[in-house]
Write a protein that binds this ligand. Structure first.
Ligand SMILES: *[C@@H]1O[C@H](CO)[C@@H](O)[C@H](O)[C@H]1NC(C)=O
Ligand SMILES: *[C@@H]1O[C@H](CO)[C@@H](O)[C@H](O)[C@H]1NC(C)=O
Ligand SMILES: *[C@@H]1O[C@H](CO)[C@@H](O)[C@H](O)[C@H]1NC(C)=O
Length: 277
């Protein structure tokens, strides 16, 4: 019916096969196992062939070398020792699949696979991300409410942090700090002020990283024993405030009693005088 659609599909397939020649990108999170895979298009058993995976900007640059169905450890970079394996099943079908166990941030980079039989080189770009759950702490108090702090450690790439109330509305952050370690991971922390009267419902701190589509969030509920969570200065202030209130109530009671006693005395005095007559 529509001639346009098959045409688009052909174009799409062309685009895919063009990009297959270039480096393709694989994403993994820290701790994951990942497979770097290239198709030699030989469609035959290549398990006895010589193949070498290496990474640019690595010294020594060899990640995995396979020869005659064996792994050659001689020049392998120690960072990859015991973490690599070629899939025997895939080699039977002419595909070189390198399984990399327990991915680290330092594994990010451009990998090249050299297939010796054809001298063909294939590239795979590995992107590594990291995420962790944020932690919310009670930081301080003001006349208007509490100051909550949220902190998330070891994210990569750089994440964004946001605060939300129970109605799903964003809260403006008072402070926002991002630091980065030399070996890549980011720490992010932020504070927010929540009003005393809004404490009955929870608040959420959300950390999000768009490239890896990672979201981690933590809810904060007003604790039963809130004042035990506040620091000593607040406890003292609270104690002083309580004693001031008690003092005021006491003073008022005394004033009230004195005020009530006076007319009574006058009545007694008047009664005395009445009796005299
Ligand atoms: C890997 O190669 C891509 C281009 O294919 C480049 O943009 C990127 O910076 C390279 N990354 C590293 C870590 O060398
Ligand atoms: C990030 O947090 C970790 C864990 O607390 C700490 O060891 C590291 O020094 C922090 N890095 C930066 C740049 O603040
Ligand atoms: C991101 O992940 C969420 C679930 O965690 C999913 O619903 C959403 O479609 C994903 N977005 C993208 C752009 O992949």
């Amino acid at each position: 019916m529509n001639l346009f659609r098959p045409l688009m599909e052909v174009l799409f397939l062309l685009l895919i096969s063009f990009s297959a020649g270039e480096a393709h990108t694989i994403r993994a999170l820290v701790g994951d196992d990942v497979i770097l895979s290239v198709d030699t298009k030989t469609s035959s058993d290549i398990s006895k062939a010589v193949m070498e995976w290496s990474r640019t900007n690595l010294n020594p640059d060899i990640v995995h070398r396979g020869e005659n169905g064996l792994t050659i450890y001689e020049h392998q970079n120690p960072a990859y020792r015991g973490r690599t394996m070629l899939s025997a099943e895939d080699l039977d079908r002419g595909i070189i699949s390198l399984k990399l166990f327990h991915v680290r941030l330092a594994d990010e980079g451009n990998y090249t696979c050299l297939f010796k039989s054809t001298e063909n080189m294939y590239s795979v770009h590995l992107l590594v991300g990291a995420a962790s759950s944020p932690v919310i702490t009670l930081e301080d108090y003001t006349s208007r409410g509490l100051v909550l702090g949220c902190r998330a450690k070891g994210w990569y790439p750089q994440p964004k942090l946001s605060w939300w109330n129970a109605d799903g509305l964003p809260l403006p952050a008072v402070t926002m700090t991002t630091t980065q370690d030399p070996d890549r991971p980011y720490n992010i922390s932020s504070t927010v002020e929540v009003e005393w009267r809004s404490l009955s419902r929870p608040f959420t701190c959300r950390v999000h990283q768009a490239l890896f589509n990672q979201t981690r969030e933590t809810e904060w509920h007003h604790p039963e024993n809130l004042f035990e969570h506040l620091d000593r200065s607040y406890q003292i202030a609270y104690a002083l405030m309580t004693s001031a209130v008690l003092f005021l109530v006491g003073a008022l009671l005394i004033v009230y009693r004195i005020g009530r006693r006076k007319p009574q005395k006058r009545k007694d005095w008047m009664e005395c005088h009445l009796e005299d007559f």
